[in-house]
Design a protein around this ligand. Sequence first.
Ligand code: H79
Length: 429
Amino acid sequence: MLRKLVVVFSLAVLAVAQTQKVPPERLKAREWFQNAKFGMFIHWGVYSVLGDGEWVMNNKKIPISEYEKLAPKFNPTEYDPAQWVSMAKNAGMKYITITSKHHDGFAMWGAKQSTWNIVDATPYKKDALKMLANECKKQGIKLFFYHSHLDWHHPDYYPRGRTGQSGGRPENGDFNRYLDYMDAQLRELLTDYGEIGGIWFDGWWDRPDAEWRLNKTYSLIHSLQPATLIGNNHHRMPFEGEDYQMFEKDLPGHNTAGFNADAGIGQLPLETCETINRSWGYNSTDKQFKNTSDLIRYLVRAAGYNANFLLNVGPMPNGKIQPEFVERLREIGQWMQKNGESIYGTRGGPVTPRPWGVTTQKQGKVFVHVLDWPDELLALPKIANVKSAKLLATGAPVEWKEIAGGAILRLPQSARDPLDTIIVLETSR
Ligand code: H79
């Protein structure tokens, strides 16, 4: 008994110690993040020139000496960050997460540690990230950087991991020197680019047993900007120092894509990311676009799972975003204009996700999102203190009858929306 009490007590102390370590500005940033719900992911780099996705260097076994020839061909003269940012905003997105460096190691800003960057190695010569940062600030949207731990280009990324074996690098290198290099990059990104919403790390899984010095890197980030959120796509439960947990191409707790076998759902804010077609970086032959309804339904489901949705675009090498993406983003924005109230600022609702749909909630309201209306009637488990039930779209009352253990909803076919029928329940506390 005493031992049990001691355990409970030390767990409580531990929990307090952990929340105490997170400064108030970052707790506030986490809450902002959860309220934001919807962001734009951007995969853009020298790989875009080949139009074959961001993994082309590894997949086509292109040696570094050949791959470096892409940089002189990367000249995005049509790049208009003001247009990108307003496109994201009009889609209803509240933040942008862009690749500062993907696995090919190419820096999309004027990085000072090496010339493998957009300013020194391309005819464009301009700092794409600085331009975007300025525009984000101007238009009031938060900027996050995707930064790859994994590097297929740097000679000190050694011993190498599961990928990047065919670049033709020497069989030696100093991993700690590589980590110093990356920390110096992050220092620049967190010093010269204004307020940074977060860092989205990826590629840890390339060397899961390596000493990555994550504590040192995370402390550096948080010492430079205490409110910057750190997430890491390592496909494990969150590590110490992280602020959110992401799920690649899956809703939290699901594993259809095969990346999330080891990840449970932790206590931190959640995010899921997905592509519009099947590629992250620009792919000129990938025409398998998801339709707008399915993208919206994914966003709704994510919200019902208490998670944000980070939807990707892979701009073309000239800096334009392809019309199929533009069109879908515009249509999602139109839907969000009408229905955003049931998404923004919400948390997962009192009824956990069901085959028919999900629920979200905020301040005295529960939003029942019926994505697949099962039958004439819909049975719900008990939701406390429901005062009224109305359609979000029209405000028209919805038949709502409480029964033992729950309630029954009835809605004529004509009032249902095949995309998402949203019923607002007003609750008293
Ligand atoms: O940036 C996009 C992709 O390029 C990147 N993450 C998104 C956001 C990505 N990296 N890897 N993948 C996607 C798929 C990787 C699969 C594998 Fe593996 C890497 C197979 C083997 C090594 C995953 C990690 C499965 C085992 C380890």
